[in-house]
Design a binder for this molecule. Structure first.
Ligand SMILES: Cc1cc2nc3c(=O)[nH]c(=O)nc-3n(C[C@H](O)[C@H](O)[C@H](O)COP(=O)(O)O)c2cc1C
Length: 462
């Protein structure tokens, strides 16, 4: 079988016990209580995974489900999910790229052997109010799930993506899709007058969830990419509703099967988002749920959307952007988007060989993702993760009239509160690298040979 969420929890408890806390006391997720715990930890600068063992469902009754929050809130936890024990950005990005490129074809198992088919609720028995669903921030339009959505296109290729879903009623959810792959799958189905069948995975191994944030090319099968990320083929099994027409992850904790309805829209939001702001209410798409099934005491992964954990969960997107920038300019050495201090700001570092490379690298990054609006390019002697160093380069290597390029009419992010139009955005590239075509002062530094030999202890003793 492929690895499951329980395997990762055991690994975490073994390797990094301080990265996991258990809350045994009952919490009411729909009344902000689980979110408040995660928020309180974050305000203290603490980012452990939080396992809520006793939660209530939307009716206020004790639920057999449990909720896991903050799964992606630290690099170490993400690394452990990907078979790496490190909290450093670059090894982690390289690992993500290596694993996702490898890919492993999914392996089919019969439903009788699929742990996710432990119990089933369908037809009249289906009631989404039996789920614990979290309200995170005060203006949220309702309780929201933060699941992974699996869909199949006409060629049989699977897409895996992260999409927030708002509870509407016993059988309906609203789904938010920005114009990327899932959105294009649905648009193609709707053009033919068809609904789009989906499997909504509420909990699986974190490497599976991280696949949802990979910017894989449209032609790549993301069940294969998930196998690569997990280090073993993803086990899949026929869905309850569509059989082999829609295969679902067999090792998931809990799955909802449903259809994104053609020709239907509903009001969704507001929702506190990764930008740090409450995103607006807007017209979104409706999911009609057909069936729900899972393991006996399923674990639901909840991502706090307006907090560090959501930002960090974007790391696979950063890996893809890094790859595209490096393909454009091989001298690209470092990157910092996640944790750069702003949701749309990216810093790239570069061992510049010719003028113009900073622009090429920055444009490749912007072209890779509409998550990127501002790019600052620094030399390789500046650590892109160190904001003080980046600000120093900005102060000392930039002449605004010549080193800043403004881009217009980009496809932006509808969640960007600064947009003046629906989705059209501007962009900015700041070339904060030293010029190669005119003299530029050296950094003022103690000679390296002396610096490396100084033994501070000897000088300070006594
Ligand atoms: C925690 C998390 C939540 C996300 N929620 C959404 C969402 O609600 N809607 C959306 O369109 N993208 C969302 N994203 C971004 C997508 O997962 C990401 O862009 C992915 O590459 C889209 O996949 P696709 O192009 O295969 O559809 C989210 C990302 C993360 C990390």
């Amino acid at each position: 079988m492929s690895p499951c969420l329980q395997d990762w929890l055991e690994l975490l408890a073994q390797r990094a016990p301080a990265e996991l806390v258990r809350v045994k006391r009952r919490v009411h997720p729909a009344r902000f209580q689980s979110a408040a715990v995660v928020d309180a930890l974050e305000r203290q600068g603490r980012y452990p995974a939080v396992l809520f063992e006793d939660v209530t469902d939307l009716r206020g009754e004790p639920s057999p489900c449990r909720i896991l929050s903050n799964t992606f809130a630290s690099f170490r936890k993400i690394a452990l999910a990907l078979g790496l024990d490190s909290d450093k950005r670059l090894p982690l990005l390289e690992r993500i790229l290596e694993l996702s490129e490898r890919g492993l074809p999914a392996r089919e198992v019969p439903p009788e052997q699929a742990p996710v088919r432990g119990w089933l609720a369908a037809g009249d028995q289906l009631d989404l109010r039996r789920l614990p669903i979290v309200r995170h921030t005060e203006m949220d339009g309702g309780p929201f799930l933060t699941p992974i959505v699996c869909a199949r296109d006409q060629q049989g290729r699977y897409n895996v993506s992260w999409n927030r879903m708002q509870y509407l009623d016993r059988r309906h959810l609203a789904i938010y899709m920005s114009p990327r792959h899932l959105w294009s799958y649905f648009a193609a189905a709707e053009d033919r007058g068809h609904d789009l069948p989906i499997a909504v995975v509420l909990g699986h191994h974190p490497a599976f969830h991280l696949t949802g944030a990979l910017l894989t090319p449209l032609h790549r099968d993301e069940y294969e990419a998930a196998g690569g990320a997990m280090g073993q083929a993803l086990c899949i099994t026929p869905s309850h509703t569509w059989g082999r027409e829609l295969m679902v992850p067999a090792e998931a904790e809990l799955v909802l099967e449903g259809r994104i309805l053609a020709g239907r829209r509903c009001v969704e939001g507001p929702f506190g988002e990764f930008t740090g702001y409450t995103g607006p209410q807007r017209l979104s798409w409706v999911v009609e749920v057909e069936a729900m099934y899972g393991r006996p005491a399923p674990l639901i992964i909840d991502v706090f959307p307006c907090a560090t954990e959501h930002i960090n969960a974007h790391l696979p997107i950063e890996a893809s952007i890094f790859q595209r920038a490096r393909q454009a300019v091989p001298g690209v050495k470092g990157i910092c988007w996640v944790g750069s201090g702003g949701p749309f700001n990216l810093i790239l570092s570069l061992a510049k060989k010719t003028e113009g490379e900073p622009m090429r690298a920055a444009m490749a990054a912007i072209a890779a993702s509409n998550f990127i609006k501002h790019v600052i390019v620094v030399d390789a002697d500046v650590d892109p993760e160190d904001k003080a160093q980046v600000m120093w380069a900005l102060a000392s290597r930039v002449q605004a009239d010549q080193d800043i390029t403004i881009l217009k009419n980009l496809q932006g992010q509808v969640l960007d509160p600064s947009l003046r139009q629906e989705i059209k955005s501007s962009g900015m590239i700041i070339d904060a690298t030293r010029p190669l075509d005119r003299p530029f002062p050296r950094r003022g530094e103690v000679p390296a040979a002396v610096r490396e030999q100084v033994d501070l202890g000897r000088y300070l003793e006594g």
